[in-house]
Design a protein around this ligand. Structure first.
Ligand code: G3D
Ligand code: MG
Length: 183
């Protein structure tokens, strides 16, 4: 039997950028065009098999994925409960709204106040909306380069592109970091 580990991962970023849709796509492999409102927070479970990036052992990973309402006011009230115990984060922006990338700085600051610097994977979401794009891969990459070991994906909750890969990459980064800390 392969060992099982449980990871808490948290999605951060403004409202309306696709966090809830990304989780739905990843966990249920579906996309809803109706607006999905998250009241407070919601936790969704996803199980995956992963080869440990350092030891190369197989693991059963149970991801507990935390979703929050995007409003910043909400973040300030809920952040301790929401971020506490987070082992890795997905920092999401919407490539059709440039300011959603700048806003991530505050989200990450808020997160790091509670968790210290956990691994982050950056997503430039809604990359299917090519005609409306205000941000390129390089824009997101440049922003992410302010943080440790930046990993960036352009994603679409609508088409599903890069969604599985981004979540899986975050799980691997968490395992890698915890292996380094044990050394
Ligand atoms: P949030 O949880 O970050 O607040 P939601 O965002 O997941 O609720 O998504 C907000 C809106 O963006 C929804 O549209 C949703 O369908 C849409 N959306 C999310 N991801 C994508 C994507 O990758 N591509 C496209 N084209 N749309 C996306 P509505 O119209 O229902 O408000
Ligand atoms: Mg939501």
């Amino acid at each position: 039997m392969d060992p099982t580990i449980k990871l808490k991962i948290t999605l951060i970023g403004e409202g309306g950028i696709g966090k809830t849709s990304l989780i739905k796509r990843y966990v249920f492999d579906q996309f809803s065009d109706g607006y999905i409102t998250t009241i407070g927070t919601k936790v969704t479970k996803k199980e995956l098999k992963l080869r440990h990036p350092v030891t190369e052992e197989n693991y059963n990973v149970t991801m507990m994925i935390w979703d929050i309402m995007g409003q910043r006011g909400f973040r300030e009230i809920l952040k301790e409960a929401y971020f506490y115990g987070t082992q890795g984060a997905i920092a999401v922006c919407d490539v059709t709204k440039a300011q959603t990338l700048e806003r991530l700085e505050e989200w990450i600051q808020s997160l790091f106040q509670i968790t210290t610097d956990v691994p982050i994977v950056f997503m430039g979401n809604k990359c299917d909306l090519v005609d409306k794009a205000q941000l390129t891969y390089s824009d997101v990459k440049n922003f992410a380069s302010n943080y440790e070991e930046p990993t960036v994906f352009l994603t679409s909750a609508k088409t599903g592109i890069n969604v599985n890969l981004a979540f899986k990459t975050l799980a691997e980064k968490i395992l890698k970091k915890s292996a380094e800390q044990e050394e």
